[in-house]
Design a protein around this ligand. Structure first.
Ligand code: 4FL
Length: 237
């Protein structure tokens, strides 16, 4: 998996991706991260990338030219000079489809993904029409830029790429896998602050443990995520 992030703040991407599980996956050459500074592509003599909006209103927009030239350069580095193929290009925006585990699963099969991170009030619509293949949001809120959403998506996608997690980590059944939240879990000591670990977990009876965990998942999902619970009931009728 090769990520290419078009941004005005490449250090923000490089810093976050160099640590922990991501850092290891990069060292192992399972994933690669290339943060490209859109500012390097501006033709403006003062290195400006933003401008006022036609029609007025507050705020500045990123201009089409640096974004387009940056995207051309990144695409060329992936595909070579002549290829007509389009590289998956995700514009991170609150105006997109909301990112979820299923989308992460689908994207984890790509060889290359370009993330376009906006700043200011957004990007000139004409260049978006030319380069963007997917508009993706991470939720209904506004941030100062698209870098954090891009990092969130890369984190989520990367842990689905074979070899990024070790066997123990990936074998773990987890929330969203089957459309239910994870059951409660406990480690030593057996009693903490007068609270005892549920007896069934100490019984060694694997069928009973499985049954208890599934029941707990149902109870927890109904309580905390009634939307997910209703969907699960509908699917498993
Ligand atoms: C992107 C917010 C995706 C939520 C500002 C610039 C954003 C965002 N999901 N806020 N991009």
């Amino acid at each position: 998996m090769n990520y290419h992030i078009m941004t005005l703040f490449p250090e923000m991407i490089e810093q976050s991706m160099s640590t922990s599980i991501m850092g290891k996956a990069i060292e192992k050459n399972i994933i690669s991260v290339e943060a490209v500074n859109i500012r390097d592509y501006t033709l403006d003599k003062h290195k400006k990338v933003d401008d006022y909006t036609y029609g007025g209103g507050a705020g500045m927009l990123m201009a089409a030219q640096p974004v387009y030239d940056c995207h051309r350069a990144v695409s060329k580095s992936i595909l070579g000079e002549d290829s007509k193929r389009k590289v998956r290009t995700i514009y991170v925006t609150p105006q997109g489809q909301v990112f979820d585990q299923a989308m992460a699963q689908e994207l984890s099969a790509e060889e290359d993904i370009i993330f376009l991170c906006g700043h200011y009030e957004g990007i000139d619509e004409r260049v978006l029409e030319e380069v963007v293949t997917d508009y993706v949001s991470i939720g209904d809120y506004v941030l100062t830029g698209g870098e954090l959403p891009a990092l969130v998506m890369m984190d989520c996608i990367s842990r689905l790429v074979p070899g990024v997690l070790n066997n123990e980590e990936s074998a773990q059944t987890e929330s969203f896998d089957d459309g239910l939240l994870e059951y409660p879990q406990y480690t030593r000591p057996e009693v903490w602050m007068d609270k005892k670990v549920p007896d069934v977990l100490m019984s060694g009876h694997h069928a009973n443990i499985e049954k208890w965990r599934h029941e707990q998942s149902l109870i927890r999902t109904k309580e905390r995520r009634p939307d997910m619970y209703n969907e699960y009931i509908k699917q498993n009728k």
